[in-house]
Ligand binder design. Sequence first.
Ligand code: ADP
Ligand code: MG
Length: 209
Amino acid sequence: MELDIDWALRWLALAAEAMAEHREELIELDRPIGDSDHGENMDRGFRAVTEKLADTVPENPGAALKLTAMTLMSKVGGAAGPLYGTAFLRAATALGDTPEIDAATLAAALQAARDGIVARGKAESGDKTMVDAWTPAIEAAAGAASDGGDVRKVLQAAAEAAEAGAVATDPMLARKGRASYLGERSIGHRDPGAVSSALILRAAAKAAE
Ligand code: ADP
Ligand code: MG
C-alpha cells in the first residue's frame, strides 16, 4: 500500500473535523498556560484549508500539503500558524511531486516537518511544546519504516507516539512560547500545541485505514 492524493485529501478533511470537534478542548488547554486561542486558531485554519480544497484540486500529496501550509500561515496566526505552516511546507518539499508515498518517503517527510518546526521555533525536547509530540512521533515512524512496516504502520506508530508525547508534557516546565512566561506555574498543564499535533497525526493514520 502507498499513500496518494486521495489519502492526503482524506487526511486534511479528518484533521479539519478533529479541530472542529476538539476546538473547546484546545481552547481550555490554552487557557491556564496561554491566551485561550489555540482551538479557535486551529479550527479557523483547517476550515480555510477545507474551503480552499473545495475549489482547487491538487495534483499530488505534496501540492495538497503546500496549499495547506500557505493557508495555515495566513489564517492561524499566533505562534502555531508559522510553525505548522513551516511543518507542512517542509513535508511538501520532501515529497516533491511524487504521486505515491511509500513508508520510507513518509518517514522522511514527517522528519522534515518536525525539523521545520525546530528550525522555526528553536524549541528542544522537554521545552513543553509541539516538538514534544513530533519528536517521539518521527522516531516511532522511522522505527516502523526500518522494521519493514507499511505506511499504515508508520502512521499508526507516529500517532500513538505523538499522543503519548502530548501527555508527557504535563509535568514539564515551559521554556518556549507564551507558556514560558509562567515559569513553574506551567507545570501540571498539557501543552495545547502538542495535543493539536497528535490530533493531526491521528487524522493522518485514520485516513490510511
Ligand atoms: P500563541 O501562543 O501565539 O497564542 P497558539 O496558542 O496558537 O499561539 O499556539 C501555542 C502553541 O504553540 C503551544 O502550545 C506550543 O505547542 C507551540 N509553540 C509556541 N512556541 C513554540 C516554539 N518556539 N517552538 C515550538 N512550538 C511552540
Ligand atoms: Mg494561544
